[in-house]
Design a protein around this ligand. Sequence first.
Ligand code: 5GP
Length: 212
Amino acid sequence: MANRGRLFVISGPAGAGKTEIVKKLIASHPDVRLSVSCTTRAPRPGEVDGVNYHFVSEARFKQLVDEGAFYEWAHVHQNHYGTLKSTVQKELAEGHDLILEIDVQGCLQAMAQDPTVTGIFVSPPSRENLEARLRNRGTETEESIRVRLNNVASEVATAYKYHYVIIHQDWSVVPNALEIAADEVYAIIVARRLEIDNRRDFLDHLSQSLKA
Ligand code: 5GP
């Protein structure tokens, strides 16, 4: 029987680049799976139901909550988002390592309910970097930049609860920052695979065969 897979939750402030990092990682490592969440928000142009998200109505989402179908769920930016227990159970049972790219509340829930979950926090390299990115969008007022930076401050305060912190460097300073960050996430996944708990069966078998 295949070893059970492991669960990794990744979060961090908007603008820190967690989606790009996860996309890069999945593209080069098909042995790692990305969970498809349910959401009540409308699809954006180009998004496909069942690929980017399972797009569901508020009524259906509530029904799923009442049925206890979610591994974790949260209310983010006026919409609901949740990870189905069935997705997690299926992927782990099949031996796949699974990434949930979810908001901070969802990560904290997952880590609190299961000590085997690995939490990875993706951080911007500095306040200046984040502020510059927000300003470069050209859509934010001074007030909204201040509010967003304050929100990031409270998200960064939760980073101490995670197991790992990836600092996603500024690509204008470190041109391959994205590759480095994706490699770092993969290094965490590989290190967890090599832990003694995953090697006991192998070691037992080897010990037995040496005694024979
Ligand atoms: P977006 O609407 O831009 O795709 O996602 C908004 C936020 O919701 C992001 O921070 C994303 O990580 C988070 N999110 C996506 N899926 C889930 C989920 O299943 N659970 C939780 N808690 N957050 C999610």
